[in-house]
Design a binder for this molecule. Structure first.
Ligand code: PLP
Length: 379
């Protein structure tokens, strides 16, 4: 039986055993956290325990963490919340051209509602500088949103530097960061990031799907997206998904202690991947700027992403087509990062989890080499 090689961890990760056990525990403790009796209290204790784990991981207060259905909801809450809270006083928002749709689409909607949306592009070297972001902010700006790690290239954006400079000049501007691809992978603390709002997702860190969190800096008040029973201190109504929250909390506990060691391991894997790409020939590494080693974009000359993806799948090797084309729709992000046009249709995204091994990468390269031989014959 062949061994499964899963290298699509930027799309989602396999839940760890601790997270699965957490979900089970949350199913067994079935009370509604809002109930006043013991069953409710037991469930509430589990939610508090998970909230503490997430808060500790960001170095913030429990009261600054609100559970949501995932980063999409967190970012929507952050962006529309900031919009509603500023009334009609200011109308300008600043973001980048490389954001995930969970951020980019809400900004399209703000534009439709009359906001001036400034989208900062990477320069000719594929880099977004902190200065480019801060220069785009003026007196009319009420919100700045930028991601920490890009989900297609792994590029790290200078969030901390930009947000610190912005807050120094414009203390009232609200800053939001989509930390989905950096959380539990890079050593992130809410204070050093300088973000007022941070979006997190559990399923990228070996937790369950359908659960995430929004960090809201103490003292900042934004209106909720979902209204109803007033759960999560009115920030997110709806009965808490105790099983998913527990699973999230357990994944955080499992991985928050050894971020630096895992980062070192991911750096070694990234170096090996790049080395193997060079040795193999016909493979280029698309992005080598300052980046997270967990997300890598490569292109295999002459082999269309989707064709290669399905060829590898037959060998039990799972990668992404690089998000260059998500279900037939081009994302444009790779072009923004100045990846050569000739590489665009041949991009693969190779992304790591704590379980990724060197053998996975050797297996991937064998698969690509076999495809290069076999599929080239068909041409
Ligand atoms: N932001 C980034 C950078 C992502 O990679 C993703 C997921 O692909 C999201 C946001 C959306 O997260 P969720 O699936 O939790 O809504």
């Amino acid at each position: 039986m062949s061994v499964l090689i899963y290298l699509d961890n930027a799309a989602t990760t396999k839940p760890c055993d601790a997270a699965k056990a957490g979900v089970m525990k949350g199913l067994e403790v079935f009370g509604n956290p809002s109930s006043l009796h013991r069953c409710g209290l037991d469930a509430e204790l589990l939610v508090t325990d998970a909230r503490t784990a997430v808060a500790d991981s960001l170095g913030c207060l429990n009261e600054e963490i609100f559970f949501t259905s995932g980063a999409t909801e967190s970012s929507n809450t952050a962006i529309f919340g900031a919009f509603k809270s500023q009334g009609k006083r200011k109308h300008r928002v600043v973001t980048t051209t490389v954001e995930h749709p969970a951020t980019a689409r809400p900004f399209d909607e703000l534009e439709r509602l009359g906001c001036e949306v400034v989208r900062v592009s990477p320069d000719e070297n594929g880099i977004i500088s902190a200065e480019a972001i801060t220069d785009a902010v003026n007196e009319d700006t009420f919100l700045v949103s930028m991601m920490l790690v890009n989900n297609e290239t792994g590029a790290i954006l200078p969030v901390s530097k930009a947000f610190t400079a912005i807050h120094r000049r414009f203390p009232k501007v609200i800053t939001h960061c989509d930390c989905v691809q950096g959380y539990m992978k890079l050593p992130i603390k809410a204070k050093t990031l300088g973000a007022d709002l941070i979006s997190l997702s559990a399923h990228k860190i070996c937790g369950p799907k359908g659960i995430g969190a929004l960090y809201v800096r103490k003292g900042l008040h934004i209106p909720a997206l979902l209204m109803g029973g007033g759960q999560e201190k009115n920030m997110r109504s709806g009965t808490e998904s105790v099983p998913l929250i527990c699973g999230f909390g357990e994944a955080v506990k499992q991985y928050s202690g050894n971020i630096s060691e895992r980062l070192e391991k991911a750096r070694r894997l990234e170096a090996l991947l790049f080395e193997l790409c060079e040795k193999n020939g016909g493979i280029s590494v698309n992005y080598r700027g300052e980046k997270s080693p967990y997300v890598n974009s490569i292109s295999v000359e002459g082999l269309k992403s989707e064709v290669l993806l399905h060829y590898l799948e037959k060998r039990e090797i799972f990668v992404s087509s690089g998000s260059a084309c998500s279900k037939g729709k081009k994302s444009g992000t790779l072009a923004e990062f100045r990846i050569p046009v000739r590489n665009m249709d041949t991009t693969l995204r190779i992304s790591f989890s704590p379980d990724t091994t060197e053998d996975d990468l050797y297996g991937l390269m064998e698969g690509i080499a076999a495809a290069q031989q076999e599929l080239a014959k068909l041409k």
